[in-house]
Design a binder for this molecule. Structure first.
Ligand SMILES: NC(=O)c1ccc[n+]([C@@H]2O[C@H](COP(=O)([O-])OP(=O)(O)OC[C@H]3O[C@@H](n4cnc5c(N)ncnc54)[C@H](OP(=O)(O)O)[C@@H]3O)[C@@H](O)[C@H]2O)c1
Length: 284
């Protein structure tokens, strides 16, 4: 009976939340939203100066490179030392290393997976023991519509996000008996620095190669789209993450941003060759 009470009390408390990639875009917006709701939010990223504005909202910045084991371990420990627990982990840090499969070096491909997959995996491993002990926890992994449908030059980014999907599905089944929920967020194109970084990478990998023309065209298209008003804003994803944090029974997947559900549905129903044809048009 006493244990049951403890479990309920834990659930009623405001959550201690660690969110990665809090220096920009979706992570920044989500940290603000969750802190405004009264949660205790720790935001992690490499660029500490970008997180200074978050401090005025009670958010604690943590210096963390998700490719560096020591940095991940000390970041998690910092939260545990201060709060004694982590209730919610939002694995959001990520970037897009776009380029033709032939052009992207395996070193860059490995780095893409280090950030988007293995960093997320290591953080997950480190928060699970505490979550199991308190019989409550939420792990929210930011995937993408790119975790469901592939586009040309998206190769290694797609690999990283397809992996996040599979990783999260296995994890969800394993940790449910311990009272831990796992949700996957699948944003469409969102107006953040992501698109400009992806365009820079695509340009760099395409120049002087057999893929130069379609690569540069697609990079230009990305730049145009990500500087236009066509895309949804980061707040649309912050709202989805908010639901995964606060819902009594969080959903397995949240699709958010303009066209996300349509993209995923099209990929599911179209024959592969038709999808290929659509994809090739993007890179023309
Ligand atoms: N924007 C989109 O269209 C879109 C669509 C679908 C999914 N997503 C996903 O949404 C997530 C957030 O992206 P965003 O759109 O908000 O892009 P963003 O504005 O570029 O933010 C990316 C965040 O990831 C952090 N990060 C990158 N490498 C890191 C590393 N090695 N260690 C620690 N942090 C690192 C960056 O912080 P520092 O550089 O300061 O470390 C930054 O805070 C990513 O997983 C992305 O793949 C984005």
């Amino acid at each position: 009976m006493e244990i049951e009470m403890d479990k309920r009390e834990t659930k009623m408390k405001q959550n201690v939340i660690l969110i990665t990639g809090a220096s920009s875009g979706i992570g920044f917006e989500t940290a603000l939203r969750l802190a405004a709701q009264g949660h205790k939010v720790y935001g992690a990223a490499r660029r500490m100066e970008r997180m200074e504005p978050l401090q005025a909202h009670g958010i604690v910045p943590i210096s963390m490179d998700v490719t560096d084991e020591a940095s991940i371990v000390s970041g998690v420990q910092q939260v545990l030392d201060a709060e004694g627990r982590i209730d919610v982990l939002v694995n959001n840090a990520g970037y897009g290393y776009l380029g033709a499969i032939e052009n992207v070096t395996l070193a860059e491909a490995r780095r893409q997976l280090e950030v988007n997959l293995f960093g997320l995996a290591r953080l997950t491993q480190l928060v699970l023991p505490g979550m199991r002990k308190q019989h409550f926890g939420r792990i929210i992994n930011i995937s993408s519509i790119a975790g469901k449908g592939v586009i040309p030059f998206g190769g290694w980014y797609n690999v990283s996000k397809f992996s996040v999907e599979a990783f999260s599905d296995a994890l969800r089944m394993e940790v449910r008996p311990f009272g831990i929920d796992v949700s996957i967020i699948e944003p469409s194109g969102i107006k953040t620095a992501w698109g400009i970084i992806a365009a820079d990478n695509l340009e760099a990998t395409s120049r002087g190669s057999a893929y130069e023309e379609p690569g540069l065209k697609m990079a230009a298209m990305l730049r145009r789209t990500y500087t236009s008003n066509l895309l949804s804003l980061p707040v649309s994803i912050a709202k989805a993450i908010d639901k995964a944090v606060n819902a009594r029974r969080p959903r397995v997947r949240y699709r958010a941003g303009f066209g996300a559900s349509m993209f995923i549905a099209l990929h599911a129903i179209l024959p592969a060759r038709w999808w290929d044809r659509l994809g090739s048009k993007v890179a023309k």
